[in-house]
Design a protein around this ligand. Structure first.
Ligand SMILES: NC(=O)c1ccc[n+]([C@@H]2O[C@H](COP(=O)([O-])OP(=O)(O)OC[C@H]3O[C@@H](n4cnc5c(N)ncnc54)[C@H](OP(=O)(O)O)[C@@H]3O)[C@@H](O)[C@H]2O)c1
Length: 281
């Protein structure tokens, strides 16, 4: 594993997503998590109260109970619906209970919704002061929303923006990723493997992608992950419940993509030429 240091925290470039965790056999899912943490150093786990209405947090809780809490960096998210009602502390406590831990490392507002930003910052800061979370951040915030957040008192304490970003969704490169970099906000890419079966297959079955992957000793999936972390300034989380998938996805993932291959990829999967709204899932 390679690590990025952000605001004093050493964080793995690649971690586990847990959306739809619980849909396969739990023992196999837990074994995959253990393999990823033990053998590959994937100590960052991303979850949300929304995923399976708490089931993903519960399965992570089972993992934490068995594996131990210390080495893990847990990311969790509050729903805007709950934040709008001011239920920060209640939701955080419920998530902590399901996870079986006394703190969350990074707590995110899942998406913008109609949440009052200053209210969100104040509540998140309170959770930090209570020791329930160590850092707070946001998800699915576009550039103008980050600017509004930074206009709030203590808004600059936002640790991270978790966004959709992958080889076929490069819109954030236009101004959001540069803005975050300039303002010391960590970008965490979600759905680096395109989330859905059909969207992923459209990329992994592409002869250009599979040819480059083969040439670089990667699988199409590990090439997709290499693409996201290529500049070593963005971290990412992907989901798998299969140890076989996990091994393939991490194959030579930190070997650089050659300039020649990168420019071939960019001809087909073009970087944005103009601003368009941040895509979300
Ligand atoms: N903040 C947000 O709004 C937001 C939105 C979406 C996601 N997220 C987070 O980001 C994480 C990752 O995104 P994601 O789950 O949407 O999508 P993803 O990680 O891009 O793709 C996950 C899917 O790819 C499959 N997969 C993985 N490796 C594979 C392989 N080698 N061969 C075939 N299929 C493979 C997985 O199935 P198998 O389990 O069968 O391998 C799973 O169905 C989520 O789990 C969640 O934690 C956040």
């Amino acid at each position: 594993m390679e690590y990025l240091t952000h605001r004093g925290e050493e964080i793995p470039f690649i971690g586990f997503g847990t959306y739809r965790l619980g849909e396969n056999e739990t023992a196999a899912e837990l074994e995959t998590l253990r393999y990823g943490v033990d053998k590959l150093g994937m100590t960052l786990m991303d979850t949300a109260e929304m995923y399976g209405s708490g089931l993903s947090e519960e399965i992570l809780g089972t993992f934490i109970k068995d594996f131990g809490r210390e080495r893990l960096f847990i990311v969790d998210k509050i729903l805007p619906y709950n934040a709008e009602k001011g239920l920060y502390k209640q939701c955080c406590m419920r998530s902590l209970k399901r996870l079986g831990t006394d703190h969350i490392d990074l707590y995110l507002l899942h998406w913008r919704g109609n949440v009052k930003l200053q209210d969100m910052v104040d509540n998140m800061e309170e959770l930090v002061s209570l020791g329930l979370i160590r850092h707070w951040g946001v998800s699915n915030f576009d550039t103008h929303e980050m600017q509004a957040l930074f206009a709030c008192k203590n808004g600059q304490n936002c640790f991270c923006d978790q966004i959709l970003y992958n080889l076929s969704e490069r819109g954030a490169e236009y101004d959001l990723i540069p803005w975050c970099k300039a303002h010391d906000v960590l970008v965490m890419a979600y759905s680096p493997l395109c989330n859905s079966h059909y969207a992923r297959k459209a990329v992994t079955n592409d002869a250009l992608v599979s040819g480059i992957a083969e040439n670089e000793g990667k699988t199409p999936e590990s090439l997709m992950l290499s693409f996201v972390v290529r500049n070593r300034d963005i971290i990412t989380v992907f989901k798998t419940s299969s140890t076989a998938h996990l091994r393939g996805n991490m194959q030579n993932v930190f070997d650089p993509i050659t300039d020649e291959h990168m420019s071939l990829l960019s001809k087909k999967y073009e970087p944005p030429r103009e601003k368009y709204p941040l895509e979300k899932i």
